[in-house]
Design a protein around this ligand. Structure first.
Ligand code: NDP
Length: 477
């Protein structure tokens, strides 16, 4: 079998490889992907450092053309790349194609941004002095990504890093190297100079750690768990390096008595269970007021009965498998914790057998949960959702905000007053009204508060905050 190699200083290298396994069918090896070493990582960082001076001064048209070419190729190959994504991560084929389209759109957006780089010219308080404020690239950017969005998250970090003139060392999650390899290959063929984008696949404890330990990385952008995020933070402070963290969530969706029941049920089912609940923006706490509680739980339970869990590539599958055995164990452990804590298992909770060996778990709904239970406070990252009954809107808002996280927060209501109040008072980076808490646009800021995020927002124009550093220049005329 071919080994998909690492790209270091413009050369494909690596003979040690790890199997990329399909979670829908563990007999299927998606491919063999290089297992990089600490030495490879050091070489990649050195190559990115060497490439930085020329790339940081490259013309904006060159950057535009490369980013545009990449976006176009990803779109042209959306079905093939979507299938690759579904096979390595386990989200359904339509979800995977949707994510691939989003990756293409992100490259198109930053291709446009490359042509819109601008600064400010303002008068000085001193006569005959002019002031220019411009943005410089940071230098070498370390990109570390998780397994749950194998093409979109790499795209939303790589595209702005290149757009603003940085060079890159990119380490994708070990579980899902295939889509990352594909987009690096696309960018390499699109004409990126040697060393501008380096790919080092391999273990977090080896490749990731070597990135954290390097004094030559000027900024690290990280998406993943809170535990690893803290390591990124501590090491970055030691190296006086800029860092950006996107971490977990325990996103609430409030359902008020006056909600449209269908809208509320569709939003809860979508954001709680689709993509196997493996989205940092998934709704894992449904906070429901008394007057609609029983009707909502009954309708959501009926909906869950119709959700088909099966092979990600099979037509008609709504929810694919859990990503791997370790995550499946986390999910089932939390199901046991929920039962022991006294929540009522209203639906699911069991492993499922399908035609192919995979990590299949029923959508799982707990009712009679409290906001103090571990299943309501800790991120599970699986298709496990708890319903918390509350008296009224005020208690719902307080419960929604009573969490260590703050990524996305939703409300289902027909009341303009409550929707407006919730938008203003939800302690989250993103607020959704009558929409799932998951599912965001590619051209506007993404990120959270409290334990969910640290540093500037990602995506849209706001991405410039992380990938550039501001320079103020004074000139005596
Ligand atoms: P991890 O933190 O385990 O891994 C994230 C990345 O960090 C992987 O590439 C991993 O490599 C790498 N890594 C692991 N150890 C180290 C280390 N010592 N030094 C440097 N890098 C390291 O998270 P998961 O991949 O398991 O992703 C799931 C988590 O990500 C969930 O908690 C979820 O909420 C969060 N997430 C947050 C999002 C957000 O935007 N807020 C979006 C998506 C996910 P390896 O794969 O080899 O272990």
């Amino acid at each position: 079998m071919t080994i998909y190699q690492n790209l270091i200083a413009g050369e494909w290298i690596g003979t040690n490889a790890t199997k990329n396994i399909n979670p829908s069918d563990t007999n299927e090896v998606v491919g063999l992907y290089a297992d990089g070493s600490a030495e490879d990582t050091k070489n990649a960082i050195a190559a990115a450092k060497a490439a930085f001076p020329a790339w940081s001064r490259s013309g904006i048209w060159e950057r535009h053309v490369i980013l545009k070419k990449a976006g176009d190729e990803i779109m042209a190959r959306k079905d093939e790349l979507g299938a690759l994504l579904a096979r390595e991560e386990g989200k359904t084929l339509p979800e995977a194609i949707g994510e691939t389209i989003r990756a293409s759109q992100i490259f198109e957006f930053f291709a446009g941004e490359a042509l819109r780089l601008a600064g400010e010219v303002i008068p000085s308080v001193r006569p005959n002095v002019g002031v220019e404020i411009t943005r410089d690239p940071l230098g070498v950017i370390g990109i570390i990504t998780p397994w749950n969005f194998p093409i979109a998250i790499p795209a939303w970090k790589i595209a702005p890093a290149l757009c603003y003139g940085n060079t890159i060392v990119f380490k994708p999650a070990e579980l899902v190297p295939a889509c990352s390899w594909a987009i690096v290959d696309i960018l390499h063929r699109a004409g990126l100079p040697k060393g501008v984008l380096n790919l080092v696949m391999g273990k977090g404890s080896v490749v990731g750690q070597a990135m954290l330990d390097s004094p030559d990385i000027a900024g690290i952008t990280f998406t993943g768990s809170t535990g690893t995020g803290k390591r990124v933070a501590v090491s970055s402070l030691e190296h006086n390096r800029k860092f950006q963290l996107e971490m977990g969530g325990k996103n609430p969706m409030v359902v008020l008595d006056d909600a449209d029941l269908n809208v509320a049920v569709e939003a809860a089912a979508n954001s709680g269970f689709f993509s196997t609940g493996q989205r940092c923006t998934a709704s894992s706490r449904l906070i429901v007021t008394e007057g609609i509680h029983d009707r909502f739980v009954a309708a959501l339970t009926e909906k869950l009965k119709t959700i088909v869990v099966d092979h990600a590539m099979k037509p008609g599958t709504h929810v694919g498998p859990v990503v791997d055995e370790r995550q499946l164990k986390t999910d089932t452990d939390y199901i046991e914790i929920g039962k022991k804590e006294g929540a009522k298992l209203a639906f699911g909770g069991e492993l499922i057998t399908r035609d192919t060996p995979g990590f299949y778990l029923q959508p799982t709904l707990f009712t009679e949960a409290t906001n103090q239970m571990r299943i309501s406070r800790e991120e599970i990252f699986g298709p496990v959702v708890s319903v918390i009954r509350v008296k009224d809107y005020e208690e719902a808002l307080a419960t929604a905000n009573d969490t260590p996280f703050g990524l996305s927060s939703g409300i289902a209501t027909t009341s303009l007053k409550h929707a407006t109040h919730f938008k203003r008072n939800a302690e989250a980076g993103m607020v959704m009204v009558n929409l799932p808490t998951a599912g965001v646009d590619f051209h506007v800021p993404f990120g959270g508060r409290k334990g969910s995020s640290y540093g500037p927002r990602e995506q849209g124009k706001y991405a410039a905050e992380f990938y550039t550093t501001v320079k103020t220049a004074y000139t005596l005329a």
